[in-house]
Design a protein around this ligand. Structure first.
Ligand SMILES: Nc1nc2c(ncn2[C@@H]2O[C@H](COP(=O)(O)OP(=O)(O)OP(=O)(O)O)[C@@H](O)[C@H]2O)c(=O)[nH]1
Ligand SMILES: [Mg+2]
Length: 327
């Protein structure tokens, strides 16, 4: 399949992100409400000290984090020193333009192997949403005609293997698993071996979020990565770190810790539907040198979207007037 495989995937993603979807808009509405409510109160005012404090408060409440909030407030203060914010949406458009500068185009594109199978390793602390995200990814790529194999690499709990097996059934894809307590790296190895032998396009590997301690967890992830490389040098092609978006800035801190360890290539921020702290997604890019690639917007299979900075900013800050008239 070679390049065609790669291109098809890129087109599939590109086609999906031109405009903020209903799922995205509904998914981040709690965060959007905080942001827009706060910004609307600034209309008709110049950004003096009091207004800047209000703006900072709004950005902090949406959990953009102190550093990013301060940076944006200073830029806005400078821009609106001598004139008033005239219309609703004006300050939102300004902040969006500033934030957009942080997101290089193409940055969030998933990584695929030039030659199948593409191996995706999914990591993160327990409860973050790894297994659910794997099901969502499998569903999405299967719809694009990829032949998908899941690997039940969370051998720590029997329920974890069961949960992934149920998802594989629902999605309609195959799964490689072993008994509870089995060596996770050997499950991963077997899956990759099977994928090569039987022409799968993609292997997605689940991992444990909780082991006896953090070092144990990191060691296990490194071991999985190492044995996969024995079969496919260059794999895993993507290491996705899954983060619980309801924890806001704590998720940002977790991203910092994890990305130091295991060669993470992309972040997945889940559960944005349940929180007003969605602004943390925007802070990730300035705090961690790894792009957010996917966002989780609910518990169902379709509630995962590729992260697109423009659409995300539109969904939270509202769409610019110029864009609305073009839509
Ligand atoms: N609302 C909402 N719930 C989610 C989302 N993603 C995952 N969840 C829920 O979060 C809970 C934990 O998800 P899992 O996928 O089991 O998390 P995990 O990281 O595999 O957890 P462990 O296997 O315990 O390490 C489940 O109840 C999911 O339904 C999301 O985007 N939105
Ligand atoms: Mg799990």
């Amino acid at each position: 399949m070679g390049f065609g495989f790669f291109k098809k995937a890129k087109d599939a993603i590109a086609g999906a992100v031109k405009k903020a979807s209903e799922t995205l808009i509904a998914g981040v509405q709690k965060t959007a409400k905080v942001v827009r409510g706060g910004l609307d109160l600034l209309v008709g005012r110049k950004l003096g000290d009091e207004e800047c404090e209000d703006l900072r408060g709004t950005l902090i409440q949406a959990d953009l984090g102190p550093r990013l909030a301060e940076d944006l407030v200073e830029k806005a203060r400078e821009a609106y020193k001598d004139r008033e914010v005239q219309a609703p949406g004006e300050i939102a458009a300004f902040l969006k333009a500033e934030l957009k500068k942080q997101f290089p185009p193409q940055d969030s594109m998933p990584r695929f192997s030039e030659k199948p199978p593409t191996v995706i390793l999914v990591v993160g602390v327990n409860g973050a949403g790894k297994t659910t995200t794997i099901a969502k990814l499998a569903h999405r790529f299967k719809a694009e005609d990829y032949k998908i194999l899941l690997a039940a690499g969370d051998t720590f709990r029997a329920a974890a293997i069961e949960q992934l097996t149920i998802w594989a059934g629902r999605v309609g894809c195959d799964i490689v698993k072993d008994r509870q307590g089995a060596d996770a790296a050997s499950v991963a190895y077997n899956a990759v071996e099977k994928a090569i032998a039987q022409g799968y396009d993609m292997v997605i590997i689940d991992t444990a979020g909780r082991l006896q301690n953090k070092k144990g967890l990191m060691d296990e992830l490194e071991k999985i990565s190492r044995v996969i490389k024995k079969k496919i040098p260059g794999a895993p092609h993507e290491v996705l770190l899954v983060l619980d978006g309801t924890t806001g800035q704590n998720a940002v801190q977790q991203a910092k810790v994890f990305t130091e360890g295991v060669g993470v290539t992309g972040l997945v921020v889940t559960k944005l539907d349940g929180t007003a702290k969605g602004g943390a997604v925007l802070a990730m890019r300035s705090e961690v040198d790894v792009p957010v690639k996917w966002i989780g917007l609910g518990e169902k299979m379709l509630d995962l979207e590729p992260f697109d900075a423009d659409n995300f900013l539109d969904a939270i800050f509202g769409m610019d007037e110029s864009k609305k008239s073009n839509a």
